[in-house]
Design a protein around this ligand. Structure first.
Ligand SMILES: *Cc1c(COP(=O)(O)O)cnc(C)c1O
Length: 371
């Protein structure tokens, strides 16, 4: 069998052989063996954020966006008012799903090359007391910006607002501590920094608000309160679970713990990031963001100014050498993205840089410097 291509994307990610092998079995969704796996995954997830005392975790079938949508629908009453802090594509998606579910939604815009500003959030909350919930993306995967979770959490707590955090691309890699950072819900998924396969999300919900969520959701399948109550009562998922995804996540979490947990994962991703950015600089590539606000998760690079560059050709040339890149997601300027996450290390990143160097050579580009 050919070696799989290395996925330098924000998910799905490259997984280990051990994680893939965990999927080679059949599981009964009602069977106690499988229910024990679900319980173990849920307990491990809570430990990662030190949330055993303060939060519950509710898994949900589907991609990560399903869980964001479910969290908003479950937490926000139908007459609630959501303030979405917008500095990128995933924030715009959160605003759209909030509106589609019939919740009043206000978007507070920031530059996509900057962090969300907690002082501006505070100003807005003072000027509009009707806001009930704030939605923030922890790592805005669109450009790769790390947003200030603690500061925004402090502002929300001070003003008595519920905070819903999309931590999809940061959970497991960046530190999130429920004992010191207050949030009503925090969302992540199987196929990101835990290095499982895609197919389920999970939402941490603060125990103190859980009972009040009953009946908020207008959806049957996406009602996290209902999923929680059913799971507590029966140990089972409400509807057919993604059994193979759950057992793969269980195996991925065992490897996450053996590696040394969140701090070890951050250290590996940081060295992937440094290897990438250092190697790309030698080719002339320039990152889009100020390094001070860049998360070591995914890096946006400016497209080379050389007229011989096209993303499609560059992508195909890197692909033929075994590396899958990711298109840019910025509205104004041409960029592309390279993920630093997944079951890969600095050696693979060095090979990836080499593949991109050869991709430039193919078309005779000697410097990848942007305009
Ligand atoms: C990956 C991601 C999601 C979920 O995307 P899906 O395609 O639904 O899995 C949501 N928010 C952020 C910030 C992400 O990086």
């Amino acid at each position: 069998m050919d070696r799989d291509k290395i996925l330098l994307t924000p998910g799905p990610l490259t997984t280990t052989l051990r994680t893939k092998l965990a999927m080679l079995r059949d599981w009964g969704s009602w069977d106690s063996d499988f229910n024990a796996v679900t319980a173990s995954v849920r307990a491990s997830l809570l430990r990662i954020i030190h949330g055993q005392d303060s939060h519950v975790v509710v898994p949900l079938q589907g991609s990560g966006t399903f869980s964001v949508e479910a969290a908003v629908a479950t937490l926000v009453p139908r007459d609630g008012h959501v303030l979405v802090l917008d500095n990128g594509a995933y924030c715009k998606r959160a605003a759209r799903l909030t509106t589609l579910m019939g919740r009043r939604c206000t978007v507070l815009g920031f530059d996509e090359a900057a962090q969300v500003d907690p002082a501006v959030v505070e100003q807005h909350l003072k000027s509009d007391p009707s806001v009930t919930h704030v939605v923030m993306i922890h790592c805005e995967t669109g450009a790769g910006v790390l947003n200030p979770l603690q500061a925004v959490s402090d502002v929300c707590a001070a003003h008595g607002k519920g905070l819903i955090v999309d931590a999809m691309s940061s959970f497991g890699a960046l530190e999130i501590d429920a004992r010191t950072t207050r949030f009503d819900a925090l969302i992540a998924a199987s196929g990101k920094c835990l290095e499982g396969v895609p197919g389920m999300g999970f939402v941490f919900i603060r125990k103190a608000i859980l009972d009040g969520c009953a009946g908020n959701s207008q959806s049957l399948a996406m009602d996290l309160h209902d999923q929680y109550v059913y799971m507590e009562k029966t140990t089972q998922w409400r509807f057919t679970p993604p059994t193979h995804v759950v057992v793969a996540l269980h195996e991925a979490i065992a490897q996450f713990e053996a590696e040394g947990g969140q701090s070890a994962r951050l250290a590996r991703y940081t060295s992937n990031y440094q290897t990438l950015v250092g190697g790309m600089a030698k080719l002339g590539f320039k990152p889009f963001l100020d390094p001070a606000i860049q998360a070591p998760i995914i890096v946006t690079f400016h497209a080379p100014a050389d007229a011989r560059y096209s993303f499609k050709t560059f992508y195909n040339a890197a692909r033929s050498r075994g590396f899958i890149l990711y298109p840019g997601k910025l509205t104004q300027i041409e960029t592309f993205r390279v993920g630093c996450i997944g079951a890969i290390g600095p050696d693979e990143m060095e090979q990836a840089v080499h593949a991109m160097a050869l991709a430039l050579q193919d078309v005779g580009i000697t410097s990848a410097a942007p305009a």
